[in-house]
Ligand binder design. Structure first.
Ligand SMILES: Cc1ncc(COP(=O)(O)O)c(C=O)c1O
Length: 458
């Protein structure tokens, strides 16, 4: 195995190094600032959970390309099949000349997505595009127009998905007017439940709020679908409690509404199951439509909409799809990614990472006042940072400093949440125990350093 794959961070320059600085200048001149960047460095090559930048710094990636690299950078078996496919053909479009990989991947997803009923899958290019199609299909099938989404939701940046998304800045500000027919219910964010409501009563409180929502906001008979992330991603890695999901399923069943599960960030073993909605299935709850993307193809652009056959069959031919949808190279990569994930039990790897990391993060919570909440499902984990445990005032400035400090020490981490005060962990699931602990050490050191400088103590 190569050195980089098993290495730990080693910084030889400050960030940005000389070459990165030159490229950043070029970027500034040629790329709009609206395309944001988190860390001032340029990658040269990546392996597993590690990458080397153009200045020779060896860094560790806890952001996983925004949740795309569950399989890790440059998995040798994926690289091999992609190379082979590239030599045969890049593209034909499934709408014209057929190719086997599209069909095989659809077959695989129809088997993997939970539910002992007939399913069909269409392939598209991005998470947003998958969600757009899910909404189109739900409207077409039900003949209804209204859609229910949630506070804290993130479903994409296209016109329709921006309307579904919750965070105003940066995702929506100045980009309106937004698509009609979207209604926002309150997501059961247990940590931020109203004061005076105990944790045990919080789910009941949010269920009651949902019932009122359907009295006050939108008529159930007009609702085509409810779209929910089983674990909110950009919203701050907040898991929808099972009792709440049961209520959603009940509302859907009683009123002819479809349940859409957005697994774009939570899918492909991140949560300790192939999909987070596998946990729902363990309680007898199934989604009608499931969207997935990001880690599906190890970094090549691909996404999927998998649904009950009679629902997804409601569209007329040509009504759904697009030129690049289900690209053969990406579909080839996805087939290999899923094969490896099943064969090497990536769901267990996620649970193993969670065992180590949740322990360490909970220990840190005991030591450092700034950590208000530690939460997660499998290896989809986050810490919420607050200035005060009682008021829960978000520690937004501190988090920026902690992230910068981590970057300096060779670790890439991401924030999350409507208030921007969570650190989320999306490390590749191939990370070694040594690397994981090394990364967690960096985080702990950064917390201590920033707390010392801001509060003179922790
Ligand atoms: C849950 C969820 N849905 C949809 C999207 C949008 O995916 P994409 O950026 O591929 O359009 C994201 C992206 O972060 C996401 O986390």
């Amino acid at each position: 195995m190569s050195e980089l794959r098993l290495s730990v961070p080693k910084m030889v320059t400050e960030l940005p190094g000389r070459k990165s600085k030159e490229l950043l200048k070029l970027r500034e001149e040629n790329v709009p600032g609206g395309v944001s960047y988190g860390i001032p460095t340029f990658i040269k090559r990546g392996e597993g959970a590690m990458f080397e930048d153009v200045d020779g710094n060896i860094m560790m990636d806890f952001a996983g390309g925004l949740g795309v690299l569950n399989i890790g950078y440059s998995h040798p078996e994926v690289v091999e099949v992609v190379k082979e496919q590239c030599e045969k053909f890049f593209h034909t479009s499934i709408n014209i000349i057929q190719y086997e990989q599209y069909i095989r991947l659809a077959e695989k997803l129809n088997r993997l997505v939970p539910g002992d009923f007939k399913k069909k899958t269409m392939l598209v290019n991005s998470g947003a595009e998958a969600n757009e199609n899910a909404i189109k299909i739900a409207r077409r099938y039900t003949g209804r127009s209204e859609i229910v989404t949630f506070t804290g939701a993130f479903h994409g940046r296209t016109s329709l998905t921006m309307a579904l998304t919750s965070k105003v800045k940066p995702y929506k500000f100045g980009f309106g007017p937004f698509s009609a027919g979207i209604h926002r219910a309150e997501f059961p964010y247990i940590y931020r439940r109203p004061k005076g409501i105990s944790e045990e009563n919080a789910v009941k409180y949010f269920v009651e709020k949902l019932r009122n929502f359907f009295l006050e906001e939108v008529n159930l008979e007009e609702v085509a679908a409810i779209i929910i992330e089983p674990v909110q991603g950009e919203g701050g890695f907040i898991t929808a409690p099972m009792e709440y999901v049961k209520e959603l399923r009940k509302v859907c069943d009683e009123n002819g509404i479809l349940l859409i599960c957005d697994e774009v960030q939570s899918g492909y073993c991140r949560t300790g199951r192939m999909f987070a909605c596998d946990y729902w299935a363990e309680h007898g709850i199934y989604t009608d439509i499931m969207t997935s993307a990001k880690s599906i193809a190890g970094g090549l652009p691909l996404s999927a909409v998998t649904a009950r056959a009679e629902i997804i069959e409601s569209s007329q031919a040509g009504g759904i799809g697009g030129t690049y949808c289900g690209n053969p190279v990406a579909a080839t990569a996805a087939l290999k990614v899923i094969e490896i994930m099943e064969r090497d039990n990536f769901a267990d790897k996620a649970n193993h990472i969670a065992d180590i990391a949740m322990n360490r993060l909970n220990e840190m919570k005991e030591k450092y006042e700034i950590i208000g909440d530690v939460r997660g499902l499998g290896a989809m984990m986050a810490i919420e940072l607050v200035k005060d445990q009682e008021t829960k005032e978000p520690a937004k400035d501190e988090i920026k400093e902690i992230i910068k400090e981590c970057n300096k020490q060779g670790l890439v981490v991401l924030d999350a949440g409507v208030r921007g005060n969570n650190i989320r962990f999306l490390m590749p699931l191939v990370i070694t125990d040594e690397q994981l602990n090394f990364g967690l050490d960096i985080i702990e050191n950064a917390i201590v350093k920033v707390c010392e400088s801001v509060y003179s103590c922790c």
